[in-house]
Design a protein around this ligand. Structure first.
Ligand code: ZN
Length: 401
């Protein structure tokens, strides 16, 4: 395709129009997205519902294509409408301009994360409807707010609502990540977030003395244990080419709070750690280690959690999950190279999995540098359009299970 073809392509025009809506944190205004999606629904002749599971600022928009057997569990195609902040001075193109350069690269916040996927779902459905296709299962296409802030104001309460239960979702698709190679990751699980902090009490006093049991000594012991654990994970990752970051446990000291002045030994130090536990770790054993280290450090230490998510079972990727079989059948048919992975961060798919709904994270962006949350986020027009074709096959397969 040439530059004029990219400019005149109907699907690229819709994608770029959606990208130009600055639904950006903090405090995104989603109303222009909702209005845009209402026009899409009208164009597609599909019913649309807008829910507000937490408050009036955070909508969940659902378009529905009813299946021939609507009593069967449905398929949910999910994407989020919000995008992360930008630093325009670091961009070579305006971050909400959706400009196409001479190579065909479309620049905008959200081209990868994840306005692309939301529009590719609709483009695929537009093509399928034009072809006269009809499927067994009902398809819901959802566009949610607040994913980038953790989904507390949209996906999380939505999944718990009676409106969501009425959708009778049996399988969900959500976001993946771009891939610089030909291999596209498919995410079937996420690590378990455990944000822990240690409130370390110790002997306070003058900085000129050698007091026993100071908070600093206790902190040093705990930090030593945690860094030793961390080093093992670093080595595993470095020495095992088959492992990705999502396959190992990460732990990082993120905040250290305490003290009043330089010559006073403080009575309290608080140390915060970001922990993301891989699937091979028993959560209760990990917690027990943290408590053991706190005891060994000399006591007077409280172990608390800022975030303490429980284990969420991964989505099955074998013949016990017919939706996986259908998904894999589509990617095999298209000759795509896929690689099963554990998502390194968090996505809204975890709320589906938590509710017992199998869900896969997938964004068809091969040969694309990973630029989510980065400056100059872009997606090539041809990659976008190829993704539309990929979704046509995937949607056809999973809606026919
Ligand atoms: Zn995202």
């Amino acid at each position: 395709m040439s530059a004029t073809d990219w400019e005149s392509n109907e699907e690229l025009q819709y994608f770029r129009e959606y990208l130009r809506i600055p639904s950006v944190h903090p405090n995104p205004n989603y109303e222009p997205c909702v209005e845009f999606l209402r026009r899409q629904a009208k164009q597609l002749k599909l019913p649309i519902q807008v829910y507000y599971p937490a408050n009036e600022q955070n909508p969940v928009v659902v378009l529905t294509w009813k299946g021939l057997q609507p009593e069967l569990p449905s398929v949910l195609l999910n994407s989020h409408m919000d995008v992360v902040p930008v630093f325009p001075e670091n961009w070579i193109h305006p971050p909400f301009g959706a400009e196409i350069d001479e190579e065909g690269r479309i620049f905008a916040r959200g081209t990868q994360d994840m306005k692309c996927v939301g529009m590719q779902y609709l483009a695929a459905i537009r093509a399928l409807r034009k072809s006269g296709a009809q499927f067994k299962r009902t398809i819901h296409i959802s566009f949610v707010a607040d994913e980038e802030m953790g989904g507390r104001l949209a996906m999380r309460p939505f999944v718990d609502s009676k409106e969501f239960r009425a959708l009778n979702v049996g399988f969900g698709l959500d976001e993946g990540i771009a891939s610089p190679t030909s291999e596209i990751p498919v995410f079937y699980a996420e690590r378990t977030v455990r944000d822990v902090f240690f409130k370390i009490s110790g002997t306070a006093g003058h900085g000129s003395l050698l007091l026993p049991d100071t908070a600093g000594e206790k902190f040093s012991y705990i930090l030593g244990k945690i860094m030793a654990f961390r080093k093992v994970q670093c080595e595993r990752l470095a020495n095992s080419p088959e492992l990705s970051i999502g396959d190992v446990t990460t732990i990082n000291l993120t905040r250290l709070v305490g003290g009043v002045q330089s010559n006073v030994v403080p009575p309290l130090l608080t140390a915060f750690f970001d922990c993301r536990l891989a699937l091979d770790i028993e959560i209760h054993e990990f917690d027990a280690h943290l408590h053991k280290w706190a005891d060994e450090a000399g006591g007077g230490i409280e172990v608390e959690y800022e975030q303490k998510r429980g284990h969420i079972p991964p989505t099955a990727t074998d013949e016990t999950n017919p939706f996986w079989v259908a998904f894999k059948g589509a990617t095999d048919h298209l000759g795509l190279e896929i690689k099963l992975q554990v998502f390194p961060g968090g996505t809204d798919a975890r709320y589906l999995r938590k509710a017992g709904i199998p869900a896969l994270g997938f964004s068809p962006m091969s040969h694309t540098p990973v630029l989510l949350h980065d400056h100059d986020e872009f997606l090539h027009a041809e990659t976008y359009l190829k993704g539309v074709q990929i979704y046509q096959k995937i949607i056809a397969n999973v809606a026919s299970v």
